[in-house]
Design a protein around this ligand. Structure first.
Ligand SMILES: Cc1cc2nc3c(=O)[nH]c(=O)nc-3n(C[C@H](O)[C@H](O)[C@H](O)COP(=O)(O)OP(=O)(O)OC[C@H]3O[C@@H](n4cnc5c(N)ncnc54)[C@H](O)[C@@H]3O)c2cc1C
Length: 634
């Protein structure tokens, strides 16, 4: 393989949500980057729902933003609807979600990429990797042209051996209308990667003017929408509602009568699909008694007729899709502009990766996004940033970038992937994050911006402002905790007017703020702060005081977690030499190559007894090493 081009620091294969973040992170850290895609008109394409965020996904996007990623900024520039989810519940599960103009999203991200001087963006299909010894050296494309690089990030999404299905018709494609990457998939197999097969799908797109919206109920944007990005000052696009409707028994019968003609239930699809993202056929089969299922009509953009019919994803033949869609009230005359389809594709089980997302078998090769078995724009983008940062760290001889489970949802996701691997599409949920009370959307900047700054991805002014806010939060919490309120007439009249109990005895302001019915503004009015407290600061003060007990408890749990994370396992530790471990556990530990005792505790099948045995073996090895160092044998 002849590698022609000058040496790049980082080559990113794929300009989807993962690839764009990887390329931008590495470029902004000062690396020379080549970003490739099969079709430049599909940079940062949204092949499925025209939305960003949602449960736990909103947290990922905020974390990306706090670390200097791009998704949240592009989201705000292209959002046509904002909704905050779960606001009736505690702040740990508050998540943002937007509807976005897909075409504007693609164009905005492509423009940012093109404006980045350190990135060369090229349309090509990578067919194979150049590997010298156990180290990556570059890539070769379908024309036989080779590009040389110190590191490579593979972010190829659903394209590896992509196969699109509509009924019993199948087409090789990475997405409807785009070439698939069969050459690269075969090459990855040949060089020893274990590949699995997954499936996802998308609903039909309907023509807006053929829909009777009077039969649907509108779902409007939030009254005071909150931008996704910490850097967005105001929202720029007109807001458009979505519309909610329901299927009916007739629709269900149509599917039941044609089940064998669906690619999924006709046995054509082999890939594993996501339990949490069922196709319409799945819903009919799994919930036979339900007499209706929700359909949400989501606008795909401002200047398009296309409507995304969420809830009607299927892989039925087109004529059945038409019958199904037209059986829904309000869609009797609906025109399908793009049919629903299912796609199956190869993925690389992420157990083959290190916590930096570097491949264990090839140095300098990183994998990010759907190729690792996840599903979702947000999960992909978070991995892309992570891999891009780590590729740049390797080029610049910096220590690897890894966040642990107590620092970020990203840390939870990556640890889950590389420690347990995945056999079905992995989607982020708040339930996956055991320390979710600390990993909220509202404090992503406080948790991560300093780290982004240390990586040269967040600028000095932003961090200066962050430090000032942190200081103000601490000072205001202290002030509130040390401000005493006497139960005088005016105070009690005020409290009664705010629908809460009057005071019998004097109390501290923080005790008042712990009352569920009172918020920071109401309590602060009793003893106003001498400083101008900004809304973001007020929110942090309120949460820190209201959830103080839970937060303290979680901080103790995190300390215990960190104690186990601090017990490192040497890279060359021989798990097979540990007496008292079963062969199965020895194999699992060697496959994962846990880097700490903490990570070892999370490997499937590991028992507390096995951890004790391992701890003893690690201590014994450390002692032997010390003795040897003392008597100079090493
Ligand atoms: C039909 C469909 C339905 C989906 N449904 C859902 C859903 O319901 N819920 C959900 O959360 N997610 C869904 N997704 C997944 C979602 O689209 C992805 O999670 C997300 O786009 C993954 O981002 P990525 O960056 O990993 O890859 P992608 O966005 O797929 O981008 C891959 C990029 O790699 C490039 N590429 C691939 N191979 C090569 C090569 N050999 N050489 C050069 N460039 C290459 C492509 O051109 C593209 O730019 C769906 C995807 C599809 C296709």
């Amino acid at each position: 393989m002849v590698l022609y081009c000058p040496l790049y620091d980082v080559i990113v294969v794929g300009a989807g949500h993962a690839g764009c973040e990887a390329a931008l992170a590495a470029a902004r850290m000062g690396c020379r980057v080549l970003l490739t895609a099969i079709d430049l008109d599909k940079v940062a394409a949204m092949p499925c729902s025209p939305s960003i965020g949602g449960m736990a996904k909103g947290q990922l996007v905020k974390e990306l933003d706090a670390l200097g990623g791009e998704m949240a900024k592009i989201t705000d520039r292209t959002a046509i609807q904002y909704r905050k989810l779960n606001t009736k519940k505690g702040p740990a599960v508050h998540s943002s979600r937007t509807q976005n103009d897909k075409m504007r999203y693609h164009m905005a991200m492509k423009a940012v990429i093109e404006a980045e001087p350190n990135i060369d963006l090229k349309q090509t299909m990578v067919e194979s990797l150049a590997v010298e010894g156990d180290r990556i050296a570059g890539v070769e494309d379908h024309t036989g042209f080779g590009y040389r690089a110190t590191t490579v990030v593979l972010a190829t999404g659903t394209f590896l051996s992509g196969l699109v299905h509509i009924g019993n018709k199948s087409v090789q494609a990475g997405r409807a209308g785009e070439f698939a990457a069969y050459g690269l998939a075969e090459h990855l197999r040949q060089i020893g990667f274990g590949l699995g097969r997954m499936k996802t799908g998308t609903p039909p797109r309907l023509r807006k003017s053929s829909i009777d919206f009077s039969k649907f109920s509108a779902q409007e944007t939030d009254e005071n929408p909150t931008p996704f990005s910490f850097f967005t000052e105001h929202i720029c696009l007109p807001q458009i509602p979505s519309y909610i409707g329901y299927t009916n028994r007739r629709a269900h019968a149509i599917v039941r009568d044609n089940l064998q003609r669906s690619a999924l239930y006709g046995g054509i699809i082999k890939g594993i699909s996501a339990r949490y993202c069922p196709s319409f056929e799945d819903k009919i089969v799994k919930f036979p008694d339900k007499d209706r299922h929700q359909v949400i009509l989501e606008p795909e953009g401002i200047d398009t007729e296309e409507i995304y019919a969420s809830g009607l994803g299927n892989s039925l033949p087109l004529e059945v899709q038409i019958e199904l869609v037209r059986s829904v009230e309000g869609l009797e005359a609906a025109e399908i502009m793009r049919p629903a389809y299912a796609i199956e594709y190869d993925y690389v089980n992420p157990i083959q990766l290190k916590p930096s997302l570097e491949a264990k078998k090839i140095k300098g090769l990183f994998l990010a996004g759907q190729i690792n078995g996840t599903s979702g724009y947000e999960e992909a983008a978070a991995q892309g940033l992570w891999a891009g940062i780590n590729a740049a760290c390797q080029v610049q001889k910096r220590p690897p970038f890894v966040l642990d489970r107590s620092q970020a949802y990203m840390g939870v996701m990556i640890d889950d992937l590389v420690t347990r691997g995945t056999r079905e599409p992995y989607r982020m949920f708040t339930s996956r994050a055991e320390y979710r009370l600390m990993l909220r959307e509202d404090n992503a900047d406080l948790r991560l911006m300093e780290i982004g700054h240390a990586l040269d991805l967040i600028d000095r002014d932003t961090v200066r402002d962050l430090r000032a806010r942190k200081m103000q939060i601490d000072q205001e919490i202290q002030r509130i905790k040390h401000t005493f309120i006497k139960p005088d007439k005016a105070v009690n009249a005020y409290l009664l007017s705010r629908g809460t109990q009057p005071l019998g005895d004097g109390t501290r302001l923080d005790q008042l703020l712990k009352r569920v019915e009172l918020d920071y503004q109401t309590v602060e009015a009793l003893a106003p702060s001498p400083d101008n407290i900004r809304p973001g600061v007020a929110k942090q003060v309120e949460i820190e005081i209201k959830y103080e007990g839970y937060i303290q408890k979680q901080l103790r749990e995190i300390e215990r977690f960190k104690n186990l994370e601090r017990i490192k396992i040497p890279e060359d530790f021989d798990f097979f030499s540990v007496h008292g471990l079963s062969n199965e556990l020895k194999e699992k530990l060697s496959a994962v190559r846990a880097t700490s005792l903490g990570q070892a505790t999370r490997i499937d099948g590991i028992t507390p007894a096995a951890i004790s045995v391992l701890m003893v073996a690690l201590k014994a090895q450390a002692k032997r090493k010390m003795v040897n160092e003392c008597d100079g044998t090493i």
